[in-house]
Each structure stands twice: as structure tokens, then as C-alpha cells.
Write a protein that binds this ligand. Structure first.
Ligand code: BES
Ligand code: ZN
Length: 651
């Protein structure tokens, strides 16, 4: 960021940045993965001039990490539900790495800073601080000038409070929780929201250990991405320690009427008591997943692995907060059919949490690698057929994404300096990334590729990595082999070229083929509605059946289908998602009351954003989409509210 400021391009770049974000918010609706936040970040890179662009540089942080490097964070915070505020202090221990600089620059957003102190053996002294210019996306830099002779490492304590508007925190009133009696709050720091609840160097380029003292109302429990002890008594004072160094986006906290139930020896689940039994049933395979993951990818470096099942407004399927993945309750389908999300979040313990993308531009190294590991894990725990179904669904979503993403944004590691980066889609990082690794596995054979992966996790453990460094490592370890079936140029095509290479693997699934055939036969009246073998299908096959229905079906036929198969009243969130996208696209108005229920029931972006988008784009129902949104938005997370609001043009 420093270099960026010096280049004098900040204002122009930022204007372009904000403009892109606006456009991107619209695209969030189009993005089936609904991971718009990462996308905002990536798009911002587009503001750079070609010759200035440094793929290893984090353009989304003000922190001067070339002068000071945070090693440890100590939090001391009161959780005030009435004021919707965290209040207290953050103490940063930083190594001073550039003698020429005596100013620390931290990231903040919407924080009130009361005092900044330099700590030493002699006590604490106040030091000067000032805010720099606020930026709509990156936040506000906090400049702290240190007096001469400060120690190295230096310790500074910032006394501060968060705003109720904090983009990382959602404060839920009792009525938006399962129990309805206690409030609940949770954080979502990825990608650049940690700065809205802790003043710090908010970049994945650095890692820090942390400890925390948290005070809450006495009847509530606090949990963090740290050493939660399942036996912790309630009482309103909680202490945490995170001894493994993590990037700032993995800082996490939740406070609520939360209880614990064990799943296995090293695994368990936290949730409100009302969801605990359902969670224990749904996620019963978590311990087996952990055991198998260790066998496949190497040692699990984090101690326990627990889940926290949050209320429906949690904006993602899951978030890989270390030791404690945060999970959407929309996975509670009652049949364990959606637990690939758990495999995904667990797999991040290697790809992402252990080996971390250097900047958000290298997000495929977190998400594509994790999606690949997820599928490997799911194969061992369940079976190949089930995973092939998920591979095909993900591939189909990728093909759809590729239809709308401009070519220069289709690379896995795009040079985001073209100034025309508006259409970045998270699906590239996930599905194309997964396919690329599947391609390497096919080419080198599973055994050799598994050895490569274990060595990779070992080599880069607790470090960050750029796409370029990955390429060099892959080159040295595999591509240089005398009879390597893959050349460096072929790998570069995946990383830097649009679309999919001609020899990209094409996932196949027999069960999905027959669901597709059934959809076509039914539409042609060759298969009576009652004979559609829904009971024999997985929810994934049902999703594919719905996606495969021809566009020109009369409403009467859809009505018969819905009445017979019960799509509108499904309890499976993914079937509901697929169905209501079709309902909105086709203007199948008989199901609109159920569509509205779906949009109120769920807050996870993936489940609702594409339904709003289909309504907004069907030529008639933008008004209806806005109406439903107005009713539902108070229950949505700030990130989802902002994304959908902008896309529907209501803000
Ligand atoms: N780390 C992501 C969620 C995320 C990405 C949050 C970017 C903010 C910015 C998480 O691991 C994830 O990928 N969640 C997916 C799960 C799915 C792909 C199995 C989701 O929420 O849909
Ligand atoms: Zn992920």
C-alpha cells in the first residue's frame, strides 16, 4: 500500500475501485458461489497500471508490513449486546523490520479509537495517532507515530470500540435465533472485515498468534477460533489462546446461548440447544472426516476440530475458522446429504489455514485446492458416485459462469490490471481450481500427486504462497520429471488463460445422466409424473433433474410436477435453491408464495442471491424482488444485505 500511495494514483485507482465494487455487487447475484467479498478485493487490483502491478502485493490493506510485522495480538473485550459494540483493547506485538520507519499504519473500519499506548517495562505511555483518509472499501488507515528509542519488538495497546455497523459482526436479536430468548453475535472476518472489529494489519500475508479475554452477559457462552474447552463453565468471563500463527481473516468470535455436544474424540459441535440433536445427527461423520483427512493430507496441526452451527443469517455455507468452523444451519437436511461443506471447511485446515494464499488474487490456492481436497475426502467417507454427482454439478455451474465472465477474468490467477475486471466470479477459483488439480492428478497418477500434496503442505506449512511460487514448486517437483506428461506451458494455460484447456477433465455421473434423461422424458410425456424415481435419487440428482427441465414447459405441467414431488415444500436447501431459481426464471407464479418463504427462511447468499437475480431478470418481477427483499432484509447479514440491495437497485 505504501508504494501505491507514493505512486500518486490512489485517488483515480480508488474511484475505479469503488465503481467496480458497485458493479460487482450486481454480479454477486449472478455468482452462484456468492463469494462477492473476495471478488471485490480481486477487482480492485484492476485499478493498477500494467507496469506497476505486483501480483505478490496486497492492495487491500493500508498496513506498512515492510516496516512492522505483527507477531502476536492480545484482545481484551466486553461484548455489549445493548450497544451492539465490542469495547476494550487490542495489544499488538510487532517486529520492527525497517529502521527508517517509526510510524505504524494499521487497518481499521468504523472503529472509535480512544487511546494508543506504547507499552514497556516502565509502563504505558500515550503515543500520537491519527486517521488517514477513509476509503469506502479498504477502510481507514490508523497512523501511530512511535517515539524514539522504542523496543524491538514493540508493543502497542489500542483502546477502542466497534460500531454497530461493523461489517464483520452481526448482532442478532433473540427473535432471529433458534431459541428466541437470547441474543447472539458472530463475526465473519474473511476477506477484509477483521479490521472492522480489531485494529490490526489486515492482510493474509502475515500470521499472528493471539490470546483473548472476553466478557459477555453471564448466561451466554463465547467461542473463538482458538482453544475452546468443551467443559468451560458459563459465567461471562472467557479466556482463549491461539498458539498457532494465523492470518487475520481467520480471527473469529461468536457469543450466544451456545452448548456443546461431542461428535468424536477430537471433534464436536456447538449450537443453540434447539439445534444440537439435529446437528449431532447431521455431522456424525466429522470425526471420520478428520481421521481420513490426516491419512490423506498429513498431520492436522490445530488440536481439536469443532463446528459451530449458527442461525440462518450466517452468510456462507461454512467458514474455516481454525479449530472451529462456522456453519450454516441450512445443511441440516436430516439426511447428511449436504455435508460436503463440512469436508470443505475441514480441508481448509490444510489448504488455506496452513498454506495460505499470499493475496486474495491467489484465492484459487485456498478455494480450488480445498474443493479438490473436499472431493477426495468425500470419496473415502462416502463413495465415488456421490462425489461424481457433486463434481458434475460444480462443472455445470462453472460452464454457466464462463458464459458471463469476460475472458480476461477467466484465468485462475488473472492479471487484474486490465481495468476491465468487472466480471470476476468466485466459481473460477472453486470449480476451475478443482478441475486443474484433478487434471494434475489424472496426469501424474493419484499416488504421485498425493505425495506431491503432502510435500507441498509440509514445505509451505504456516506460510503464504503466490500462484507463481506454486507454479515454480510444481515445476521443480513434478513437471521437471524426465517423462512428465504435463509441460510448464500447459500449467500456465490453466493459470493465465481464459476458459478451459482442451484436455481439461470432464466430470461424468451415470445417476445424473439418468436424472437428466428422466427430465427430458417427462417433459415429452414419455414418463408419467408418478413414475419419476425421485425416492431412488440423491438430492444432487434431484437438483440435476430440476436444472434439466426444458424451458418451454406449460405452467399446468409444472403444477402437477410440484404437487406430486413437493419441490416447493422441500426441506433440502439445495433442492429449494434449484427449484426457486427455475420458478423465478419461468414466472411460475403458483409457487411464488413458497419462493417468498424460501427467501425469508434462508440468509446464506448462495441460496437466495440467484433467486433474487432470476426474479429481477425475468422481465416482470424486479418490483416483487424488491418487495420481498424489503421484508426480509432486516434478517440478512450486512454483507448479503449490501450485495442484494445494490443489485436490486434499492440503495
Ligand atoms: N472461505 C470460504 C468462505 C468465504 C470465501 C468467505 C470468500 C468470504 C470470502 C468458505 O470456505 C467457502 O468456500 N464456503 C462455501 C462452501 C462450499 C464451497 C462448500 C460456501 O459458503 O458456499
Ligand atoms: Zn472454502
Amino acid at each position: 500500500m505504501q508504494r501505491f500511495l507514493k505512486s500518486g494514483q490512489l485517488r483515480d485507482s480508488m474511484r475505479a475501485f469503488v465503481e467496480r465494487q458497485r458493479k460487482l455487487d450486481t454480479h454477486m447475484l449472478r455468482n452462484t458461489w456468492t463469494l462477492g467479498v473476495t471478488a471485490f478485493l480481486l477487482l480492485a487490483c484492476g485499478a493498477q497500471e500494467q507496469d506497476e502491478y505486483d501480483p505478490a502485493h496486497d492492495y487491500f490493506s493500508f498496513a506498512n508490513t515492510d516496516a512492522f510485522v505483527t507477531e502476536h495480538l492480545a484482545l481484551d473485550l466486553d461484548v455489549d449486546f445493548d450497544a451492539q459494540q465490542l469495547r476494550g483493547s487490542a495489544t499488538l506485538r510487532m517486529r520492527h523490520v525497517d529502521p527508517a520507519s517509526s510510524e505504524v499504519v494499521l487497518d481499521t473500519r468504523d472503529l472509535t479509537i480512544e487511546r494508543v499506548e506504547l507499552l514497556s517495562d516502565d509502563g504505558a505511555i500515550d503515543v500520537g495517532h491519527r486517521f488517514g483518509d477513509a476509503d469506502e472499501i479498504i477502510g481507514t488507515p490508523l497512523h501511530v507515530e512511535l517515539p524514539e528509542g522504542f523496543a524491538n519488538p514493540v508493543e502497542i495497546r489500542i483502546t477502542y470500540a466497534t460500531s454497530p455497523k461493523s461489517t464483520a459482526l452481526q448482532w442478532l436479536p433473540p427473535q432471529l435465533t433458534a431459541g428466541g430468548k437470547h441474543p447472539l453475535m458472530f463475526s465473519q472476518s474473511q476477506a477484509i472485515h477483521a479490521r472492522s472489529w480489531v485494529p490490526l494489519q489486515d492482510t493474509p500475508a502475515l500470521r499472528l498468534t493471539y490470546e483473548a479475554n472476553i466478557r459477555t452477559p453471564s448466561e451466554l457462552l463465547a467461542v473463538m477460533s482458538a482453544d475452546n474447552d468443551p467443559l468451560t463453565p458459563r459465567g461471562g468471563v472467557y479466556q482463549f489462546e491461539m498458539p498457532q500463527p494465523i492470518p487475520s481473516y481467520l480471527l473469529a468470535i461468536a457469543v450466544g446461548n451456545i452448548y456443546f455436544a461431542p461428535l468424536g474424540e477430537d471433534t464436536g459441535v456447538y449450537s443453540e440447544p434447539e439445534l444440537l440433536d439435529a446437528s449431532v445427527f447431521e455431522f456424525a461423520d466429522t470425526q471420520a472426516m478428520l481421521d481420513q483427512a490426516e491419512a490423506l493430507f498429513g498431520p492436522y496441526e490445530w488440536g481439536r476440530y469443532d463446528l459451530l452451527v449458527l442461525p440462518p443469517s450466517f452468510p456462507y455455507g461454512g467458514m474455516e475458522n481454525p479449530r472451529l468452523s462456522f456453519i450454516t444451519p441450512s445443511l441440516l437436511a436430516g439426511d447428511r446429504s449436504l455435508v460436503s461443506v463440512i469436508a470443505h471447511e475441514l480441508a481448509h485446515s490444510w489448504s488455506g489455514n496452513l498454506v495460505t494464499n499470499a493475496t486474495w488474487r491467489d484465492g484459487w490456492l485456498n478455494e480450488g485446492m480445498t474443493t479438490y481436497l473436499e472431493s477426495r475426502l468425500m470419496e473415502v467417507i462416502y463413495d465415488v458416485d456421490r462425489v461424481d454427482e457433486e463434481r458434475v454439478l460444480s462443472y455445470r455451474e462453472l460452464l454457466l459462469d464462463l458464459e458471463s465472465i469476460p475472458p480476461e477474468m477467466q484465468a485462475l490467477a488473472p492479471r487484474l490490471d486490465t481495468g476491465n475486471a468487472d466480471d470476476f466470479q468466485g466459481g473460477i477459483h472453486y470449480s476451475k481450481g478443482q478441475l486443474f488439480l484433478q487434471y494434475l492428478e489424472n496426469a501424474f497418477g493419484r499416488d504421485a500427486f498425493d505425495d506431491f500434496l503432502s510435500a507441498y503442505f509440509n514445505e509451505f506449512a504456516f506460510r503464504t504462497i503466490t500462484s507463481e511460487r506454486f507454479l515454480d514448486y510444481l515445476d521443480a517437483e513434478l513437471l521437471q520429471g524426465a517423462d512428465s506428461p504435463v509441460s510448464r506451458a500447459q500449467v500456465e494455460a490453466w493459470l493465465y488463460q481464459p476458459g478451459l484447456p482442451e484436455d481439461a477433465p470432464i466430470p461424468r455421473s451415470k445417476t445424473l445422466d439418468s436424472a437428466e434423461a428422466a427430465a427430458i422424458a417427462w417433459a415429452r410425456d414419455d414418463l408419467p409424473t408418478r413414475e419419476i424415481p425421485l425416492a431412488e435419487w440423491s438430492p444432487q440428482a434431484t437438483v440435476h433433474f430440476i436444472n434439466s427441465l426444458p424451458m418451454d414447459l406449460p405452467a399446468e405441467d409444472l403444477l402437477v410436477l410440484d404437487k406430486t414431488l413437493g419441490f416447493s415444500v422441500t426441506n433440502n436447501a439445495e433442492i429449494g435453491r434449484a427449484w426457486f431459481i427455475q420458478v423465478a426464471k419461468r414466472r411460475f407464479e403458483a409457487a411464488y408464495p413458497y419462493l417468498e418463504k424460501h427467501l425469508v427462511r434462508y440468509g446464506r447468499g448462495r441460496l437466495i442471491a440467484p433467486v433474487y437475480r432470476a426474479l429481477a431478470e425475468n422481465g416482470e418481477d424486479l418490483g416483487l424482488a424488491r418487495e420481498i427483499f424489503e421484508k426480509a432484509r432486516s434478517t440478512y447479514h450486512p454483507v448479503i444485505d449490501a450485495g442484494i440491495g445494490q443489485a436490486l437497485g434499492t440503495d
